[in-house]
Design a binder for this molecule. Sequence first.
Ligand code: ZN
Length: 317
Amino acid sequence: MSSVSVHRIEFDIPWPPDTAYAYLVDVNEPVLVDAGGPGESGTETLRDGLAEIGYELADIEHLLITHPHTDHGGQAATIVEAADPTVYALEGVRERLARDADDLAAAIRANATEVGVPDPEAEVDRAVDSLRRNRDCLPPEHIDVELAPGEAVEAGGIAFEAVHVPGHQENQAAFRHGDLLFAGDTAVEPFRPAALHVGLDHGCYEAIYAFHRGLDALETVASDIDRVYPGHGPVFDDLQAVIERDRASLEALVEDCRTTLSDLGAATAYEVTDARIENLEKRPYTIFESVGALARLERQGVIDSSMDGDVRRYHPS
Ligand SMILES: [Zn+2]
């Protein structure tokens, strides 16, 4: 097993699964993988976590970000201010964070309408808010190095390979160092991460395909990996088992959408989701999963769809 020592810092986050993790890789030039949760409490947690191993914020020389969500990029701006580390992310992250809010709003409005959401403006507000929050935590101009899928980079004197793992988030990277994998929100042991991908932005119909592509990419390195450091849940060893569990979970999701549509006869993606999910208001992201699943079924020829004005209706073929 790689001999570098890795310290895990636990952040409380105000939504399930309640905790997220960043990892300090203790090498000559300290490397932090992910930047923890947002806000002042996140800053305090990070300071305390670093102090336990004899470091302070200003010591961080390299910051690797798996994906630009606030529970992983939370303290990036604070760290940049304190330490000015080299910041790395996968290609596309900078552009996504720099997205014009009006362009995003227009895309979400069109897709939310097509999907049959009763209140498209609520989806627009949610997406624009989320862009702003992600951007406040990790301003795009702070990203120094964008990595291509599969690209290797030396940080702190050791090599990391960026494995592109879309599906939970389109531009997500898992970082491999030798037999260690910093997985972000792909390959989490207790549950399959939600297939949010791009939300209802352009590309929303690709979510399930993308997640499978990410699992394929992980599978190419799985036999070399002896330990996984995920963004949530415990550190674990058996990556292959989690990949297989996630594939099965995606297929169960697709099958659930198929049988639900078959019961409903003809329905929008929103109606399929509403029939599948209890308390949909509390789990708005489930709509993204249904949209991806129905698109996959349609592409496989299992179901059809047609436009009724601006709204897409699916029907069993
Ligand atoms: Zn997360």
